[in-house]
Design a protein around this ligand. Structure first.
Ligand SMILES: Cc1cc2nc3c(=O)[nH]c(=O)nc-3n(C[C@H](O)[C@H](O)[C@H](O)COP(=O)(O)OP(=O)(O)OC[C@H]3O[C@@H](n4cnc5c(N)ncnc54)[C@H](O)[C@@H]3O)c2cc1C
Length: 557
């Protein structure tokens, strides 16, 4: 990580004569060394390479001081190329008396600010006043160091969206640059990456990653992906409110705890633009804020949190339980908590798959909302998640149309949201309406809507479609390990004891604990559990409760 000292603005010199080069650098350091970093190079190509590195690291360059006569590349040629990377840096040429014509010409070609005649003794009279003026001019450009991850991509690139969404949901601050912006192009050039190879991610340390996998990205931006030890007291699968809640309670009570999340912590709640009904937040809280706090709290107590690890198998062994990862490896513990929640159902209409991430989004209103400025956007769904998204998007979009399949929203949406929607002039609710076609070449352009009551169809122009049409548990990997209901939700506790009969294969002389699944030592909490209440508070509560039951399990194993 770059320190503050490293982030001083830079004065870069280039001169092929080592003696002169050292002398300029020495004089500059003496006068400006406290506030600026003086970087000395000895050829145009070397100076350009240094500038590319500085660009990727996000360091600001204030002044470029180039000798005119250099063998590989003249000072003029160097300044011309340097301008493409650092247009705000002020430029001066060091010339011999005989070269003043060239220097004057350079004033036009590279917008040269000054030329300095060699020798510049005494520097107090001949060098510092010029450099002072250059620094003064640069300061007015207000260029700041960039100490964040930077992403260069295209608005309609699904991979660019995935990367941005991943960073946002994992609370990694980043700066987004479109390939159409000059600064985006400068970063691509500095990394030597073609515009077709996006997204480009440049980390705060200046490493560039071209179209990275999520696990590579996670690792590079400082998120853990690998367990630090072979054995834990509890492995929690899923990093939504139930999993994070459980991690806080487990770790704070001294259990060796690891939480494994396939995508980003926060789960569904992390995607909520504003949760208004969670206890203790009278003004509401965004999903990102709640997730960030919960994650920090879990970390504080010593829980390990692994991201981008997809769990695809659970093995119940004699006295241990192991979860297996999709990309190989496993982590073993005394007990396992399943907190895998539910995932959005896909919109099964022609065209939707191809345009996902390119105008069609699932639960990502928060990441995309600013891009919807002045646009007409459509939201599909009638539950609170769709209502919240409509309210949030209405602050950015020209018009938000909420498409509802049924003939009313009151049945499925909280009263407070229905009222909010009623009062917002740029939200229109269309009942008995379904999306039956999604069209566009590069990105979403049109939707075909069907009014099922009137039996009519129409095609509308649309830049964005946000889909919130319910969700289902993805628990196929638990088949034959724990009992599930016909929809895939995990059965626990009393739901497993039918007419006094304990579940098949149950080998304990007690009933399963309240949140225990049909395999002893495997617990379930939150939305993935059959008959659970689908709320943030109940998920957090079940997470805490599961840990209490897990303690009892560990005591009586
Ligand atoms: C947009 C939106 C707004 C909402 N607003 C509210 C609200 O205002 N108030 C309210 O009370 N509720 C709200 N809800 C509902 C609430 O968010 C959920 O009930 C709650 O998040 C459930 O928590 P959970 O931990 O059980 O599951 P989830 O939040 O679904 O989290 C499960 C996590 O497990 C991970 N996972 C799944 N499978 C695997 C695997 N195999 N390996 C590794 N990781 C896995 C997922 O990636 C996910 O992060 C909202 C939901 C949505 C979608």
């Amino acid at each position: 990580m770059a320190t503050d000292t490293d982030r001083k603005p830079i004065l870069l010199t280039v001169d092929d004569d080592p003696g002169v080069s050292r002398a300029v650098a020495r004089d500059l350091r003496r006068q400006y060394g406290e506030a600026y970093r003086v970087v000395r190079t000895e050829s145009g190509p070397q100076a350009l390479e240094t500038l590319r590195e500085l660009k990727l690291r996000g360091d600001p360059v204030a002044v470029l001081l180039a000798d005119h006569r250099m063998p590989d590349m003249s000072g003029l040629e160097f300044l011309e190329e340097a301008m493409d990377l650092f247009p705000h840096a002020r430029r001066a040429l060091l010339t011999a008396y005989a070269d003043t014509d060239a220097a004057i010409e350079a004033i036009n070609i590279v917008d040269l600010d000054h030329y300095l005649l060699k020798p510049w003794d005494p520097p107090e009279e001949k060098l510092y006043p010029v450099v002072d003026a250059l620094i003064e001019m640069w300061r007015s450009s207000d260029e700041q160091p960039v100490s964040r991850t930077q992403v260069v991509g295209h608005r309609w690139s699904a991979r660019s969206f995935e990367v941005r969404d991943f960073l946002a949901r994992n609370s990694v601050p980043y700066r987004w640059l479109s390939t159409e912006e000059p600064e985006g192009q400068r970063l691509l050039a500095a990394a030597g990456v073609e515009v077709t190879n996006i997204p480009l991610v440049v980390t705060a340390e200046g490493d560039s990653l071209v179209d990275p996998s999520m696990s590579k990205l996670a690792e590079k931006v400082g998120l853990s992906t690998v367990p630090t030890t072979d054995f834990y007291d509890v492995v929690i699968v899923g990093g939504g409110p139930a999993g994070l809640g459980a991690a806080v309670y487990a770790a704070s009570e001294g259990l060796r705890t690891v939480l494994v999340e396939r995508q980003a912590t926060g789960g569904q709640a992390g995607q909520s633009s504003r949760i208004e009904n969670y206890l203790g937040f009278p003004d509401g809280v965004t999903g990102t804020q709640l997730t960030d706090r919960a994650r920090r709290q879990a970390h504080k107590f010593g829980a390990e949190i692994l991201t981008t690890r997809d769990v695809v198998g659970l093995d119940v062994r004699a006295s241990s339980r192991a979860v297996r990862f999709a990309d190989g490896g496993e982590v073993v513990a005394h007990a396992v908590l399943l907190a895998t929640g539910i995932s959005y159902r896909k919109l099964e209409v022609p065209g939707a798959d191809a345009l996902t991430g390119r105008g069609v989004f699932y639960g990502s209103a928060a990441t995309e909302a600013p891009a919807c400025f002045g646009e007409d956007v459509y939201v599909v769904g009638a539950a609170n998640s769709a209502g919240q998204a409509a309210v949030y998007l209405s602050r950015h979009a020209r018009l938000v149309t909420l498409l509802v399949r049924g003939d009313q929203v009151e049945r499925s949406m909280s009263y407070y949201l229905v009222r909010q929607i009623d009062e917002i002039p740029n939200i229109e609710v269309r009942l008995t309406t379904e999306v039956i076609g999604v069209h566009g070449d590069d990105h979403l352009e049109e939707l075909t809507l069907c009014n099922t009551r009137a039996g009519t169809q129409e095609t509308v122009r649309a830049g964005y479609l946000f889909v919130f049409i319910g969700a289902e548990p993805r628990t196929e990997w638990l088949e034959r390990v724990v009992e599930r209901d016909p929809r895939g939700f995990v059965l626990t506790g009393p739901d497993l004891v039918l007419d006094g009969q304990r579940p098949r294969g149950w080998d304990r002389d007690r009933d399963p604990y309240y949140l225990e699944a049909s395999a002893p030592g495997v617990f379930a909490a939150g939305d993935v559990r059959a008959n659970s209440i689908k709320r943030v508070a109940s998920a957090v509560g079940e997470g805490a409760m599961a840990i209490q039951l897990l303690h009892t399990y560990l005591e009586h194993r």
